[in-house]
Ligand binder design. Structure first.
Ligand code: SF4
Length: 346
């Protein structure tokens, strides 16, 4: 395990204490260097050695961000300072632009190298570690999304577009497909990733529809899929993601397996949360995903609501080390492949 990853894990645990001189430099770069966004994307984004990390500003942290000769350095007790750059969000993320009576970040957001296009605000699911439920469940209009997308693309040099949304009500599934069709066909020259739950044209649970639906997504120009299993243990899944538990792990794995066959290896990933269930459960999940050729993505738990366990750097490091060993057995890599997109993952 590299020293830079260890440092990243420690900052996920502790956050970083930012000196006043460092704050001055950050303020010169942007007045939105500290993002307040959805839970896994809030904080300051640092780039150091070969790592990207979005970390919380925590005055009690033993790790400091300091200024020296007009540059920024991360300082750990008894270690040499490490030079770091920061990534500031593009200007539109100041959220001063109004499109169809909504601020622009309701439609899209930029994080490092990816632009997230949010088709639905809020979510019909109630995952306990996620703050999507704080937002009203509402579709964004295609015209509003497109205006926001154009502004977002003009202000940031992104490598991928992540089409994401909260989970739709079953009766809204056809409407969501129409939106996938619109953006998939029109923007297929861009690298379009879709974050979704297993589903068909009209149902989450009818596995008969899965294959034809996945083929449809490929045909309209979607290049990769992110289908997040979140947890391996069925009791934990029931407790923390009841709607995903209703779909059930068997359907998730069946859908993921089909997705890999249709989209190809290294085009389908699935996220597991580290810190919400015992590590051996996470590792069982990693093995199930790796076995079918899906890239597991490890997400450190960002405490929230009922999922309020303290982040643990040692656990994050161990999870990464052991998951890499499992993946090696199946000749598969942990995702995401894009280093900047790993700013909030292990
Ligand atoms: S399905 Fe996704 S967006 Fe919806 S509550 Fe769960 S984690 Fe949040």
């Amino acid at each position: 395990m590299t020293e830079s990853f260890r440092l990243k894990a420690k900052m996920f645990e502790q956050g970083i204490n930012i000196s006043n001189a460092a704050k001055q430099i950050l303020n010169q770069k942007s007045d939105i260097w500290l993002m307040k966004d959805y839970i896994t994307c809030s904080g300051l984004t640092l780039v150091f050695s070969d790592e990207y990390a979005t970390v919380a500003m925590t005055p009690s942290s033993t790790i400091q961000l300091i200024e020296k000769n007009n540059s920024l350095f991360i300082v750990e007790p008894n270690k040499d300072p490490i030079k770091t750059e920061i990534i500031v969000p593009p200007n539109y993320m100041k959220d001063e632009i109004i499109i169809e009576n909504k601020t622009i970040t309701v439609y899209c957001n930029t994080y490092t190298d990816r632009l997230r296009l949010q088709l639905i605000s809020g979510c019909m699911n109630t995952c306990k570690f996620c703050n999507a439920k704080e937002f009203k469940y509402e579709f964004n209009s295609i015209s509003g999304l497109e205006k926001a997308l154009k502004i977002g693309l003009s202000q940031s040099d992104v490598r991928h577009i992540l089409i994401s949304s909260g989970s739709a009500k079953v009766e809204d599934l056809p409407k969501l497909t129409e939106m996938y069709d619109y953006f998939g066909k029109k923007y297929s020259d861009l690298d379009l990733d879709l974050m979704m739950t297993p589903r068909g044209f009209t149902s989450y649970t009818n596995i008969e529809e899965y294959e034809s639906y996945l083929k449809h997504l490929k045909e309209i120009g979607i290049s990769g899929l992110s289908i997040n299993m979140e947890l391996n243990n069925s009791d934990c899944l029931q407790k923390y993601c009841p709607e995903k538990a209703d779909i059930g792990q068997d359907r998730y794995l069946y859908f993921l397996d089909l997705a890999v066959k249709i989209f190809g290896k290294n085009k389908v990933r699935s996220l597991l949360i580290v810190g919400l269930e015992p590590l051996e459960e996470t590792l069982k999940g990693v093995e199930k995903l790796a076995k079918i050729g899906c890239n597991p993505v490890l997400s450190p738990l960002f405490p929230y609501g009922e999922a309020n366990f303290p982040p643990n750097a040692e656990l994050f490091i161990k999870a990464r080390e052991l998951s890499e060993k499992i993946c090696k057995k199946y000749d598969i890599e942990l995702g995401p492949f894009c280093k900047p997109c790993s700013h909030n993952t292990l």
